[in-house]
Design a protein around this ligand. Structure first.
Ligand code: ZN
Length: 76
């Protein structure tokens, strides 16, 4: 006697992986849970905003925003 139908579990009724395009698992921000798109954000696991929140730009990060070639306004 043979089973007319395959036992459930032997042949899973799920499409093979080749038919299911599995996109890269979305990396989410560890803080707010928003999907990260930037490579740096994926690496750190934090969005830019949250990363800045946790790691505020301090003396370690040189910022040159004040080095602007601009002369002070005379007279004022
Ligand atoms: Zn975040």
């Amino acid at each position: 006697m043979e089973h007319p139908e395959p036992l459930p579990g032997l042949l899973p009724d799920t499409a093979p992986d080749t038919l299911r395009p599995a996109p890269r698992r979305p990396v989410r921000c560890a803080l707010c849970g928003r999907p990260l798109t930037g490579a740096q954000s994926r690496r750190t696991g934090l969005g830019p905003a949250c990363d800045a929140k946790l790691h505020p730009a301090g003396a370690d990060i040189p910022t040159r925003r004040h080095e602007v070639d601009q002369e002070p306004l005379p007279g004022t």
